[in-house]
Ligand binder design. Structure first.
Ligand code: NAD
Length: 576
């Protein structure tokens, strides 16, 4: 049986150049064998054969320009040939057998529930591997909490706060600016423009990959179907595989006023409706401090109340100390070992009472931000209808392949456990997609970096020193103070520290951290060192550019190796 082969739907391109013809008349090909390579100004893509058989004619040549529907070749199909399940994008990947076998009765090979960094990465990777993907998102835009009301808008506002702070600090260098004049609408507009660029980009990426996006609230209706409440009514999606990437939400404390819009969470804080005169931040963790930093620099009098005896309890205290020191200069009060016992609504403010070691008298605030952690959304998706196990806190357990107790359902990101970080979610999303496509993949990352984007930044990766002590792990420490780093001094910052922890037996890097401007960028090298099993000599003998902040990583390694010359370290530590 002779069959025409035409250019499939290749997205928004109508005249794309052929840069390679990979077959000739007479060649035998399988379904999915690549026939041509096309190149647009945006991408290079292969065109696979939709059928298996013998090519009777190849009708195009290198340099020809083609668009969707153009005739490329003719094929005599093999008697037992079945058409290929996927088209242009990913013929080079292994055939995704497990999904394909079940997809006949399904609307898709994979449905992804939630379009945050975990969900969209999973969906895009699955599509790149040739799977038919539906991505379901309850909000009208893609990107989830991180892009819309989390990591990205907060970083845009923190940048503004940082520049204001820096401009002020120039006075002592002899450069005087006036008081900043705030146009809050314009600032909000800038923040939104950053968000819109990224979320709009995601929409385009989904379209290019032919990922169908369905907007609406989704919940399982059976082990193989999701029910989505869309604007146009209920839609049932039958799937062969599912990836649950439904994220988390802010924890709400009991006994708080229910309907007072002066009590906000991080989403409310990032709306930046105004700059309140007095603001209380409950929770001195990552969200609390980032938002406290923004509002304090914009002009609010901000208090922070924190239950434990330190800010950011998960980080090493030596790294938090410089942050605490700077925060004290921009915040009105930091109360540790203290909690809020009551919040009452009154006409002139929220009346807050405190309990604990440093509890002040009751105070009145124009705004109270609740930032005491996030809880997973496992309780919101009718998991029981799919037979999916969800624990009492809302987490879903998964194995190293991100597989839940239901073998064809996977889960990733905040909903599977701590740390609740976008970069962990996207990594796991790719693992889940690859496993579904039949790859032998597992989550085997040795470390996940954490960054607090305050002024100064605090960042760490791998084992913390506190964890090493708690777990009785013997380590050698290399540390370098930024007071001896020329680049940092040029930035008028002396309080920074970079430290690395090495396993005493194997010598391998176990963890590291830094505090100071751009500390978040420095942990990337440490993470790579941990993954590669680097020791102090590997890092110390890597030439770091001078003068940079990253030099402090090399010098911390030299300090551990005993080869550091930029500081004098007494003999007992000098090993070579
Ligand atoms: P968190 O766990 O980082 O901090 C919550 C803080 O609230 C803790 O310090 C805790 O001791 C304190 N707390 C708890 N109950 C309290 C109470 N009753 N009174 C006073 N303090 C109390 O949580 P978060 O800051 O809400 O962030 C939530 C999640 O989002 C975290 O997992 C975080 O990793 C993630 N996140 C990451 C980033 C980033 O990577 N930069 C930014 C924002 C959020």
């Amino acid at each position: 049986m002779s069959q025409d082969i035409r250019v499939p739907d290749i997205g928004d391109f109508d005249s794309v150049e052929i840069i390679e013809v990979l077959v000739a008349a007479g060649d035998q090909v399988d379904a999915e064998t690549a026939l041509l390579v096309l190149e647009s100004d945006k991408a290079t893509m292969e065109v696979p054969s939709p059928y298996g058989g013998t090519l009777s004619e190849v009708l195009v040549a290198v340099g020809d320009k083609v668009g969707q529907g153009d005739l490329i070749a003719r094929i005599e199909r093999a008697a037992d040939d079945k058409p290929a399940a996927s088209d242009a994008q990913s013929p080079t990947q292994p055939s995704p057998e497990p999904a394909m076998q079940q997809s006949a009765e399904s609307d898709c090979d994979v449905v992804v529930l939630g379009a945050g960094p975990g969900g969209y990465s999973a969906a895009f990777r699955a599509a790149d591997l040739g799977l038919r993907v539906i991505l379901v998102e309850r909000y009208p835009v893609l990107g989830g909490v991180c892009l819309n009301v989390g990591c990205i808008p907060s970083k845009a506002l923190l940048h503004t706060a940082h520049v204001i702070d820096q401009a002020k600090s120039l006075a002592k260098h002899g450069v005087q600016f006036g008081e900043p004049e705030l146009d809050i609408d314009k600032l909000r507009g800038f923040k939104q423009s950053v968000v819109d660029k990224l979320t709009g980009g995601l929409q385009g990426l989904a379209k290019q990959r032919k990922v169908e996006v369905v907007h609406g609230d989704a919940a399982f209706s059976s082990p193989h179907s999701l029910s989505v409440q869309t604007q146009d009514g209920q839609r049932e999606i039958r799937f062969a595989h599912a990836i649950v990437a439904a994220g988390s939400r802010s924890v709400v404390l009991p006994n708080l006023p229910a309907d007072d819009d002066r009590l906000i969470d991080s989403t409310g804080a990032l709306e930046l409706k105004d700059v309140p005169q007095r603001m209380l931040v409950i929770g001195g963790g990552i969200i609390g401090l980032e938002m406290a930093n923004v509002y304090a620099v914009l002009g609010s009098a901000v208090d922070v109340v924190e239950l434990s005896d330190t800010l950011v309890p998960g980080a090493d205290r030596d790294l938090i100390k410089p942050l605490h020191k700077h925060m004290k200069t921009i915040l009105s009060n930091i109360w540790l070992k203290t909690k809020v016992s009551q919040v009452e609504s009154a006409d002139d403010g929220l009346k807050v009472s405190f309990e604990g070691d440093q509890a002040p008298q009751p105070q009145s605030y124009d705004r109270v931000l609740l930032a005491v952690g996030r809880r997973p959304n496992g309780d919101l998706i009718n998991a029981e209808k799919a037979g999916l196990g969800v624990d009492e806190r809302g987490f879903i357990s998964v194995d190293r392949q991100m597989r839940t107790n239901v073998p064809h359902i996977f889960a990733i990101g905040d909903i599977v456990g701590q740390p609740m970080l976008a970069h962990k979610a996207s990594y796991q999303g790719k693992v889940a997609a690859e496993v579904i496509a039949g790859h032998k993949t597992a989550f085997d990352a040795h470390c996940i970096p954490s960054v607090v984007y305050t002024d100064p930044e605090v960042a760490w990766v791998g084992l913390t020193e506190q964890q090493a002590k708690d777990q009785g792990i013997a380590y050698d420490k290399g540390q370098f103070p930024w007071a001896a780093n020329g680049r940092s001094l040029g930035m008028d910052y002396q309080d920074g520290v970079t430290k690395l922890l090495f396993d005493q037996q194997s010598g391998r890097l176990l963890g590291g951290g830094a505090v100071g401007p751009n500390a978040g960028e420095l942990v990337a090298e440490m993470g790579l060192g941990i993954e590669f099993g680097a020791d102090a000599h590997d890092i110390g003998l890597t030439i770091h550019a001078h003068p940079t902040l990253s030099e402090s990583v090399g010098m911390a390694a030299e300090a551990a190796a005993g080869t550091l010359t930029d500081l004098y370290i007494p003999k007992k530590n000098n090993k070579s």
